[in-house]
Design a protein around this ligand. Structure first.
Ligand code: CP
Length: 361
């Protein structure tokens, strides 16, 4: 079954192939206008969204298909206690492909194991957001003309920022990448990203609190929102919410060719005055998201199959009877019937992580 739950399911060749398809869609939209005739996309959004849901729907409509779904879990039978697995089995009877957003980490993985049709992770809690990464990659490629040899700064909420986690992972597919991780101490990139992604792949990175100091070295600045909805302590959110604000003065410190990306929505972390700067690419990024989602739908439905080799599946030891996930944001913690699975992430240190949310055992 073709699913996209984690961006690392796509090889470098597949990422480039999706970019090629998206560029062809941009150049020849009529060629694709009936590609998905009689196909149905179900958008199951258990958490709010503007861009992801509507760009998936626009993408399917532009491919000649139809859309169904819900944008408020309160109007679905989840509000009566229906599990993610049962919901996925039901939607598999109506649609050809699912895009799911859920506040619980690992929920789209559960859906993909039950739906019988392709499932796309449209964002699971603070974990992953692989289709935002597809939008980000096309934007970087179109703005910089390359995906290699880049210094990329991530700024803001790097702990719960699922778009950050997916883009860092994807960029390890390319060469000459360096990361500058700009955040308050409380919102640093999770340790599993540092150990399992950056250290394991020998990717150079720097952790800093200062956006100003980082600015001159960056080719890409990826700003993020401090996400109120991820905090359990409102006082901590209020203390951290204005940690970084990109304004016209800070833009003066940047390279002439730097590109500013932001997955949006923004609150105040990029001043509106920056929108006029030719280096501000976040609204182009929104448009690119629709093209990449079109390319992905075509690939997962097998309508435009390329020659690119699949990402090599890592064989990791998985245990089901040893640990229970204690991450309150994990789907296993709210749906009792899901078997707790842990993968051996680091055989040397014997570190096990939850298959659904990466939480360490
Ligand atoms: N970037 C993004 O995921 O936006 P939405 O929350 O509006 O979908």
């Amino acid at each position: 079954m073709n699913n996209l739950i984690d961006i690392m399911q796509l090889s470098k060749e597949e990422l480039l192939e999706l970019i090629d398809t998206a560029l062809d869609i941009i150049a020849n939209p009529d060629k694709y206008a009936e590609s998905c005739k009689r196909k149905k996309l179900a958008t199951l959004f258990f958490e709010p969204s503007t861009r992801t849901r509507l760009s998936f729907e626009a993408a399917m409509l532009e491919l000649g298909g139809s859309v169904l779904g819900f944008s408020d879990a309160g109007t679905s039978s989840a509000s009566k206690g229906e599990s993610v697995a049962d919901t996925a089995k039901v939607i598999g009877c109506y649609a050809d492909i699912i895009a799911m957003r859920h506040p619980k980490e690992g929920a789209p993985l559960v859906a993909s194991r039950n739906a019988g049709i392709p499932v796309i992770n449209a964002g699971d809690g603070g974990h992953n957001h692989p289709t935002q990464t597809l939008a980000d990659l096309l934007t970087i490629y179109r703005e910089m003309g390359r995906l290699d040899d880049l210094t990329i700064g991530f700024c803001g909420d790097l702990k719960y920022g699922r778009t950050v986690h997916s883009l860092i992972s994807a960029m390890t597919r390319f060469t000459g990448i360096k990361f500058v991780l700009i955040s308050p101490k409380e919102l640093e990139v999770p340790s599993y990203m540092i150990e399992d992604v950056l250290v394991k792949n020998n990717i150079p990175y720097e952790i800093t609190r200062s956006l100003e100091e980082a600015m001159p070295s960056l080719d890409i600045l990826y700003m993020t929102r401090i996400q109120k909805e991820r905090f359990t302590d409102e006082a901590e959110y209020n203390r951290l919410k204005d940690s970084y604000i990109l304004d016209a003065d800070k833009m003066k410190l940047a390279k002439e060719k730097m590109a500013v990306l932001h997955p949006l929505p923004r609150v105040n972390e990029i001043s509106v005055a920056v929108d006029k700067d030719p280096r501000a690419c976040y609204f182009k990024q929104v448009r690119n998201g629709k093209y990449m989602r079109e390319a992905l739908i075509l690939k997962l439905l097998g309508i435009k199959a390329g020659n690119a080799a699949h990402a090599e599946e890592q064989t990791v030891e998985v245990v089901t009877d040893k640990f229970k996930c204690t991450n309150p944001r994990c789907i296993t913690c709210c749906e009792q019937e899901i078997v707790h699975e842990f993968k051996l992430a680091d055989p040397e240190k014997m570190v096990y992580r939850c298959v659904y949310c990466e939480h360490e055992a």
